[in-house]
Design a protein around this ligand. Structure first.
Ligand SMILES: [Zn+2]
Length: 488
């Protein structure tokens, strides 16, 4: 099947090349520097296997492509790839699967298929649905689990989706990559095929595409409404123009033994939501809001070092969680009471967490060990983000401005801890560094009662040992809302 596809693409390429003038102009020369990522299906009308092909020009010579073995909670990713064929690439010796591009350029093609039986479930998977799902009626996958990355050199790529069926959605449209997309960005994607309900709506300046399987407490319109409100507020508060297009894909997963599950993965101008169909609307809405904030924190700030990502979750997840609440309030998706209830829950979960005093370094190593470990950076980080927002506001600034600064300072270089911390300290002041060392680096217990809060909010200890944030007597909800949000 790979051979048949390769032959078909070869013919297409010939046909496209034939009319070229003998003297290529500047844009042709630029195109010759670009590679091509092609996605398709192996068999028309069936979704048991997805085909991937990378065509690499001579300008990529010497670059090295590496296939990941792990991503997030998933391991042994090479088992998802079959029928690998390549030419003009040299397979490098060593543990990982890596290829060096030869002087004339070359190509590599493979098919991707799920490597477990039946539907994703909680017995086989730490998080059902993160691993490639391919079936007769549908398929969905995350780019990070099946695409290689450049571990040395590399060229930008255009996108060829002509071999995908009509019922398909991918985070990128070919037009997005007309002048080349980074392979790293292209991997930050979701592909949904088959029996999803596909739809397109306009939300302000953004074209919102959706791909939804299953039925949930929120319908596609409601989900798009959350998306539109969040995109609008993020663009305003982070001083970052709205995106031309956005995709969200939703797939049902079985309910866990107790309760419900909603898991979001934020991707390039897109996210994948995995949810059990018994999940309530509030939880769906909040998870969608959170994933959209990741568009700015950190994707618009520059690439991060994945190997050490868990170390900076106080920022990547903590600030994201805080802004998920704050932007929902700003967009009118929730009211003042909802915001305070959300922050109260984070504080109470934090106080009840058996791992709340884990230093960031140790937490990073144990992040996938337990639900409590995974949640700690959200709880601790969001409470600190609220506190820091208030400290920055006392200086006439805000945490919104820190996010805007970090986006503004994106030159394509890696987003380092030093850059994050410098941006925070500049707006928040001297407290930031000492707070970070005390509560995150050393993991000392943070007392939610001692946070810097807006004047209209009081923190009240409860008998159960939890904390509840409430509007102070005499303050109205509207005044307090304005105080929580600060100037946009
Ligand atoms: Zn997150």
């Amino acid at each position: 099947m790979v051979r048949a596809m390769v032959a078909a693409l070869g013919i297409l390429a010939l046909a496209a090349c034939a009319p070229l003038a003998p003297q290529p102009d500047a844009s042709d020369r630029a195109a010759a520097e670009l590679g091509v990522l092609s996605l398709g299906i192996a068999q028309p009308g069936r979704f048991e296997a997805v085909t991937v092909r990378l065509d690499l020009p001579a300008s990529a010579a010497g670059s090295v492509l590496s296939f990941p073995e792990n991503w997030g909670p998933e391991e042994n990713l090479s088992q998802l790839r079959r029928d690998t064929a390549f030419r003009g690439l040299e397979r490098l010796p060593g543990e990982g699967e890596a290829y060096r591009v030869a002087p004339g350029g070359g190509w590599i093609a493979y098919t991707v298929a799920q490597d477990y039986d039946g539907e994703p479930d909680w017995q086989t998977h730490r998080l059902p649905g993160m691993r490639v799902r391919t079936a007769q009626s549908h398929a969905f996958l995350l780019g990070q689990t099946v695409l290689p990355t450049w571990s040395q050199g590399g060229v930008p790529l255009t996108l060829d989706l002509q071999s995908l069926p009509q019922r398909a959605a991918f985070s990128f449209a070919p037009a997005d990559c007309a002048t080349g997309c980074a392979l790293d960005d292209l991997a930050n994607s979701v592909l949904a095929l088959g029996d999803f309900a596909f739809d397109t709506r306009q939300a302000g300046d953004t074209t919102v595409r959706s791909a939804i399987r299953g039925s949930f407490a929120m319908d596609a319109d409601a989900m798009s409404g959350v998306l539109a409100g969040m995109l609008d507020q993020g663009a305003q508060r982070f001083d970052d123009a709205p995106f031309a297009s956005y995709l969200f894909a939703v797939n049902p997963i079985p309910a866990p033994p107790q309760g419900s599950a909603v898991v979001g993965t934020g991707l390039h101008r897109s996210f994948l939501l995995l949810a059990s169909e018994n999940a309530d609307a509030e939880r769906l809405r909040h998870t969608i809001a959170h994933e959209i904030v990741h568009e700015w924190i950190t994707r618009r700030m520059g690439p991060t070092d994945e190997a050490s990502d868990a170390q900076r979750m106080w920022f990547t997840e903590g600030a994201t969680e805080y802004f998920a609440w704050k932007l929902q309030l700003a967009a009118g998706l929730i009211d003042t009471q909802d915001f305070l209830a959300g922050m109260s829950d984070l504080a109470s979960e934090y106080l009840a967490s058996p791992v709340r005093e884990l230093p960031a370094g140790e937490l990073a190593e144990r992040i996938f060990e337990s639900e409590e470990a995974q949640r700690l950076p959200y709880q601790r980080g969001a409470l600190l983000a609220w506190h820091w927002d208030m400290l920055a506001r006392e200086r006439g600034s805000s945490l919104d401005a820190v996010i805007a600064d970090l986006i503004d300072g994106n030159t394509g270089q890696e987003l380092t801890d030093a850059r994050i911390q410098a941006a925070m300290a500049r707006r928040i002041g001297g407290h930031f560094d000492s707070d970070l060392v005390r509560y995150v680096v050393r993991g000392q217990a943070l007392d939610p009662m001692a946070l810097t809060l807006p004047g209209c909010v009081v923190a009240m200890p409860e008998r159960s040992g939890t904390v509840r944030f409430a509007i102070e007597e005499g303050s109205s909800r509207d005044t307090c809302r304005a105080e929580l949000l600060g100037p946009a």
